[in-house]
Write a protein that binds this ligand. Structure first.
Ligand SMILES: [Zn+2]
Length: 435
């Protein structure tokens, strides 16, 4: 463990500490953040006394990403929620954003240090040890993933940054420098598995024994994970963060039963019903949208930030000894489809389709017809055949039947030859909407 004393602290002790941090954070927000002062006042919470402690946090309004964007202007390019004076800002990251305008994420030296600590805890959970060699494939540049890379130094690893987009160079580094671990998106890990198979590159026989995946859901889907582990001959664990809150907030341990909150003490996690925003109790098997609150942040702290990530959560003790709750990401709100009242995420469809490997390649594309989440059945899904697979007559019908059994959703499976769907060296698109 990176911080054994902290990571094994009984959770109720953590909650007690977090309550103190939270009360200080609230005082700080009311004093320093124009955005939150206004927002909380408008909701009837003008003073710290009115707001109270963590036990009452669910009474406060949620923060949507769109509100943060709306508070950015030429006068306040980073937003009116920024709470630290510009003299204290040491780094400004960007998120790529879907609307074209980037959103900026400023950090103080202390914020950055907490991010690196968080990330070091989360990646250490994978079992990687000081002195191990790790190859990374993130073109972090302006993006928050850069702070995750700094965690590798903090952990005492030998880090070989290779970046995305140059598979030859990555494979040469694996062959010649013999890293024990590699970090990448799950999509790129799949792509590399196929790349190696086509070239008789012995990926399974390579030095890589741990594959750390992050950046999108997938690494925790059981069938998807099993296929990755098979292709690489390596143990797959995942990590997850969100730009506005922090990098690698969550990191999975060697037990592979969900990602622990590496950001404990820095971030408070809640679950809500994504439709009604009602709080959902944290317990084993609870499902909902993650809502995160900074506890010790200075530059641009967030209060009850809606992540749009839908997760399953576990709070029971993990065999690894870490006491922090664990999550597995099921999907993003933007990808959610509601087929005759049943919620389904494309990643769940992919995991069922993967049961049919090697007849299928595992690459799928969901093609909803209606705009918005609500769809009439059957939901069209393109499924790609595995390499050298003929498919066989009943394949599409069998996949449809299996999806109906597992997900209670009616689909229309279109089977495509191997190689017809686009591979990604970064993140996969699982849904293609009609223009
Ligand atoms: Zn664990």
């Amino acid at each position: 463990m990176f911080d054994p004393e902290i990571e094994t602290l009984p959770w109720r002790e953590q909650v007690r500490l977090d309550d103190q941090f939270y009360r200080q954070q609230i005082e700080y927000l009311l004093a320093r953040s124009r955005f939150y002062r206004r927002k909380l006042e408008a909701a009837g919470f003008a003073t710290a006394d009115k707001i109270g402690g963590l036990a009452a946090i669910a009474e406060l309004p949620l923060t949507e990403k769109s509100e943060i964007r709306a508070n950015c202007s030429a006068a306040d390019p980073m937003g009116t929620h920024v709470a630290a004076p510009s003299s204290e800002i040491v780094r400004i990251y960007s998120t790529s954003g879907t609307t074209g305008t980037p959103s900026y994420i400023p950090l103080t030296a202390g914020d950055l240090d907490n991010w690196v600590t968080t990330s070091a805890r989360s990646y250490s959970a994978s079992g990687i040890r000081p002195g191990d060699v790790i190859v990374s494939t993130y073109n972090a540049g302006p993006f928050v993933a850069g702070a995750a890379l700094a965690a590798f130094d903090r952990m005492g690893l030998c880090h070989i940054p290779v970046g995305t987009g140059n598979t030859e160079r990555l494979m040469a580094a694996i062959r010649l420098l013999r890293p024990a671990a590699a970090v990448m998106t799950p999509s790129y890990a799949v792509y590399l598995g196929e790349w190696a198979a086509e070239r008789d590159f012995d990926l399974r026989g390579s030095s890589v024994r741990r594959l750390l995946v992050a950046g999108e859901p997938g690494g925790g889907e059981p069938k998807f994970r099993a296929r990755l582990e098979e292709a690489w001959g390596a143990k797959v664990t995942e990590a997850m963060g969100i730009g506005d809150i922090g990098v690698s907030l969550w990191g999975e341990c060697e037990e592979q039963c969900g990602m622990h909150l590496g950001a404990r003490g820095f971030v408070h996690a809640e679950l809500i019903d994504p439709e009604t925003a009602a709080p959902i109790a944290l317990e084993d098997g609870a499902r909902g949208e993650l809502v995160l609150t900074h506890l010790q942040h200075r530059a641009a702290p967030m209060l009850r930030f809606r992540t749009r990530d839908h997760v399953e959560m576990w709070t029971s003790t993990c065999r690894c000894g870490r006491t922090a709750p664990r999550v597995r990401c099921i999907g993003r709100t933007d990808d959610l489809l509601i087929v005759r009242g049943v919620n389904v995420f494309p990643s769940a469809i992919r995991d069922v389709v993967n049961e049919f490997a090697p007849a299928v390649s595992g690459v799928i594309l969901v093609r909803p017809i209606a705009t918005g989440p609500r769809q009439e059945p059957p939901l069209p899904v393109s499924v790609e055949l595995g390499k050298d697979s003929e498919g066989g007559p009943g394949l599409a019908a069998n996949i449809e039947k299996r999806i109906r059994e597992v997900l209670v959703v009616s689909t229309r499976i279109e089977v495509l030859p191997w190689g017809s769907l686009q591979r990604s060296e970064y993140k996969s698109k699982l849904v293609q909407r009609v223009e």
